[in-house]
Design a protein around this ligand. Structure first.
Ligand code: ADP
Length: 273
């Protein structure tokens, strides 16, 4: 199994989910079986009880699971049917761990976020990925949120346990324009600093911007965030989100990821995707 962990910086609603689903679509086009896991760091067990005015209409999966709308993006972009096992919430993990504690399964141990909650998160990700070549794991919210911390710690451990070649971290950030029309990288630098302070190093950075990132902007992000310039991609504003896979393909995101995973030789040739 290969895993792509997608985090977001600066603010929510950036297009992290669309970027993650687009990456998955391109890998699917290259001939791989791709699935996704959405992590929602809230204490609700599922989205079924949440106000649709706040969160959008609840999305219902084939097994009756009531989940966030993002899962709908994944089903449509990846052309797969998912089950509620592909949506991890804080409510689900804590409920499971606390029920095990009540049943005496921990044999007198002190039950803690690390390792018991983080172990449960890792188990859920591995189970959801079974049978697929690539699993995209999107962490909802923004890096630095207290709610997201146990998940980022679980991903750090996960990466430590797997081969380096099997894990890729993608960080999606905002690249705003200044009043004089310059693309500004400071918010990206700050959010990458935050990611690194919790022990994660992005392999790929995707900048959400009104337009494509200028070559100088990419170079600056690469330099400050310690990644190659060709690992920086743009996700510009488009009229229709189904164009996003084409935008990132155009910049070579699929080829970069395939090479990083050592899958370039197994992939369908570019003309046949
Ligand atoms: P996040 O996961 O960061 O919260 P989403 O992927 O759910 O963000 O996207 C937030 C909103 O922005 C959605 O309504 C989505 O359709 C829209 N969006 C995402 N990417 C783009 C883009 N490149 N251009 C225009 N709208 C986009």
């Amino acid at each position: 199994n290969k895993f792509i962990f997608v985090t977001g910086g600066v603010m929510s609603g950036l297009g992290k989910g669309i970027t993650a689903a687009s990456t998955g679509r391109l890998l699917k086009n290259a001939g791989f079986d791709v699935t996704a896991v959405k992590i929602d760091p809230y204490l609700n067990v599922d989205a079924g009880t949440m106000n649709p005015y706040q969160h959008g209409e609840v999305y219902v999966l084939e097994d009756g699971g009531e989940v966030d709308l993002d899962l709908g993006n994944y089903e449509r972009f990846l052309d797969v049917d998912m089950t509620s096992d592909h949506n991890i919430t804080t409510g689900k993990t804590y409920k499971h761990v606390i029920e095990k504690e009540r049943a005496g399964d921990y044999l007198g141990k002190t039950v803690q976020i690390i390792p018991h909650i983080t172990d449960d998160i890792k188990r859920r990700i591995r189970e959801a990925a079974e049978g697929y070549d690539v699993c995209i794991v999107e962490v909802g919210g923004t890096v630095g949120d207290i709610e997201g911390m146990p998940y980022l710690e679980a991903l750090r451990q996960f990466a430590h346990e797997e081969d380096e070649e099997d894990i890729l971290f993608t960080h999606v950030t905002l690249v705003p324009y200044s009043k004089n029309g310059e693309q500004k990288t400071k918010p990206t630098q700050h959010s990458v600093k935050e990611v690194r302070s919790i022990g994660l190093q992005p392999d790929v950075i995707v900048g959400r911007c009104e337009d494509k990132l200028d070559p100088e902007t990419k170079e600056k992000i690469a330099l400050f965030c310690d990644i190659p310039t060709d690992a920086v991609f743009s996700n510009p504003d488009v009229e229709d989100v189904y164009h996003v896979p084409l935008m990132v393909e155009d910049e070579g995101l699929d080829q970069y990821v395939l090479e990083r995973f050592g899958l370039a030789d197994e992939a369908l040739p570019e003309g046949e995707r």
